[in-house]
Design a protein around this ligand. Structure first.
Ligand code: S3P
Length: 169
C-alpha cells in the first residue's frame, strides 16, 4: 500500500508527505523533484524548453514506474490527478489523499515562488479558474480529503495517519 497526496499547488503535499513518510517508515517520493533530478532541469525549465505536454509525459512515465512499488508516500504535482491514466495506474496499489485548500490559502502559500502555471499577472484569477476545473476531479479521485486551511502540516499528517489505520497500511 502506498499513500499518494494529490491537490493543488500550495496545498502542502510535499511538507505533509515528508512527515507521513517519516512517521510510517515509508520511502518518500516527490514526483516533481524526481522528474527534475532525472532531467537535470527544474520543472520551470522543462515547461520552458519542452512544453507542458512533455512534462506531463514524464509524470505519467514516472507514475508507471512507481505503481508497482509498495510502502511509498508519493507527493504529486498539482496537475497529476487530472490525467485519469495516472490515477488508474496508481489507484490499485494506493490510497489517494486530497489535501484541500481555498484559493486564498493557495495564493498566500504560493506567493513568491516560480511555478510556471502561476507565472501570470493575475495569480488570483488563475488559481480560481484552475481550481474550479480541478477540485471536482481531485475529489472524485480521493479516498480521503483533508481541509488544510486551518491546520498545521503536523495536524494534517495526524488526520491522514488516523485514517491510515483503517487502511491497514
Ligand atoms: C503543477 C504543479 C506543480 C508542478 C508543475 C505543474 C500543476 O507541482 O508539477 O508546476 O499543474 O498544478 P506542485 O503542485 O507540487 O506545485
Amino acid at each position: 500500500m502506498n499513500i499518494v497526496l494529490i491537490g493543488f499547488m500550495g496545498a502542502g503535499k510535499t511538507t505533509v508527505g515528508r512527515m507521513l513518510a517519516e512517521r510510517l517508515g515509508y520511502a518518500f517520493v516527490d514526483m516533481d523533484e524526481e522528474i527534475e533530478r532525472a532531467a537535470g532541469l527544474s520543472v520551470a525549465m522543462i515547461f520552458d524548453r519542452y512544453g507542458e505536454a512533455a512534462f506531463r509525459d514524464r509524470e505519467t512515465a514516472l507514475t508507471e514506474r512507481l505503481a508497482g512499488k509498495d510502502n511509498l508516500v508519493v507527493s504529486c504535482g498539482g496537475g497529476w490527478a487530472m490525467n485519469p491514466v495516472n490515477v488508474a495506474a496508481m489507484g490499485a496499489s494506493s490510497k489517494l489523499v486530497y489535501l484541500r485548500a481555498s484559493p486564498e490559502t493557495i495564493v498566500r502559500r504560493t506567493g513568491g515562488d516560480s511555478r510556471p502555471l502561476l507565472n501570470v499577472a493575475d495569480r488570483g484569477a488563475r488559481v480560481a479558474s484552475l481550481l474550479e476545473a480541478r477540485a471536482p476531479v481531485y475529489m472524485g479521485a480521493a479516498d480521503l480529503a483533508v481541509d488544510t486551511d486551518k491546520l498545521t502540516p503536523e495536524q494534517v499528517s495526524e488526520r491522514v495517519l488516523e485514517e491510515a489505520e483503517t487502511w491497514a497500511v
